[in-house]
Ligand binder design. Structure first.
Ligand code: NAD
Length: 296
């Protein structure tokens, strides 16, 4: 059995601290822009229904906006809102000069086609970076608004001087929200990238090749120590709520965080890793589109 006392703990990739630093930088950047523009940046968050997890996320985003000086326009529609009602609201926000960023909080109720609605957002106000125009810019390595969670992963690596160039990177998960854009950003940063997914026959054989491993699946404990290359950098994107023995619950990632401690060199924990970075990049995108719309 490994001698736990002799294990070198993985260095923590502290997303919370970095997100605070980014928020301060954004605050400083907004002040001179606001003098020029005569108004603060604005972010509109559309929420449909009463999903409790979404309500927490929306509240967090609104609080973060307040901290950095972004005006937030909360738009809450009832759970039985029609496609046309949400579409009308998006069109209205597209035309509103006080709004620089528009975000539709996912998931939407089942009767709404979220992809069709995301396509209606003006790409210049697409704070989440999920519009096909912005995803297309990413594919072509052109500037544009980048998806927040993947951009947060890249910014976290940069902060700790972890340069993906020449490294082998494995992303587990291929969703359009997380897995695919992260893989493209790692490729853009000159890593050699593999995407593993639910149909990958021997996941461990693939993850063991990774210098940088990014699990983005949503399965607690999926990645264990024996699936890592020693010294790997692990950026855990998964967020899972699991029961605790005392009857409460807690958030964990896709990594079995305790078991990988003696094996990984760096670890972005859950909570406190990628989650806060996602919000920081949302604010970053809003300020970016504000500066382009008001002052370029
Ligand atoms: P998704 O369900 O759309 O995609 C999950 C992906 O995992 C799929 O591509 C699937 O092929 C893959 N997968 C499923 N089972 C697998 C297995 N056994 N082995 C290998 N691959 C498997 O989910 P998503 O929207 O991409 O989110 C993924 C995770 O990231 C979730 O836990 C979500 O909560 C989390 N997330 C975190 C943030 C953040 O801010 N940290 C943001 C978005 C999503």
């Amino acid at each position: 059995m490994a001698d736990e006392a002799s294990q070198t703990l993985a260095q923590r990739l502290d997303g919370k601290a970095l997100a605070n630093k980014i928020q301060q930088e954004l605050k400083d950047r907004i002040t001179p822009l606001q003098e020029k523009a005569g108004r603060p940046p604005g972010l509109a968050v559309i929420m449909v229904g009463d999903n409790p997890a979404s309500a927490v996320y929306v509240r967090n985003k609104e609080r973060s906006c307040e901290r950095v000086g972004i005006a937030s326009f909360g738009k809450h529609l009832p759970k039985d809102a029609t496609f046309e009602q949400v579409a009308d609201l998006i069109h209205e926000l597209n035309a509103n000069d006080l709004v620089d960023g528009i975000l539709v909080q996912l998931p939407l109720p089942d009767h709404l086609d979220s992809v069709a609605l995301l396509h209606l957002i003006d790409p210049a106000k697409d704070a989440d970076g999920l519009h096909p125009v912005n995803l297309g810019h990413l594919v072509r390595s052109e500037t544009g608004l980048r998806s927040c969670t993947p951009a947060g992963v890249m910014r976290l690596l940069e902060e700790y001087d972890i340069n993906p160039a020449g490294k082998t990177a494995v992303v587990v998960g291929r969703s359009i929200l997380v897995g695919k854009p992260i893989a493209l950003m790692l490729l853009e940063a000159n890593a050699t990238v593999t995407i593993a997914h639910s149909r990958t026959p021997d996941l461990a054989a693939v993850t063991r090749t990774a210098d940088i491993l990014v699990p983005a699946v949503g399965r607690p404990g999926l990645i264990t120590a024996d699936m890592l290359k020693p010294g790997a950098v692990v950026v855990d994107v998964g967020i899972n709520r699991v029961d605790k023995p005392d009857g409460g619950s807690k958030l964990v990632g896709d990594i079995d965080a305790d078991s990988v401690q003696g094996v990984a060199s760096y670890l972005a924990p859950v909570p406190g890793g990628v989650g806060p970075m996602t919000v920081a990049m949302l604010l970053h995108n809003t300020v970016l589109s504000y500066s382009q719309r008001c002052c370029s």
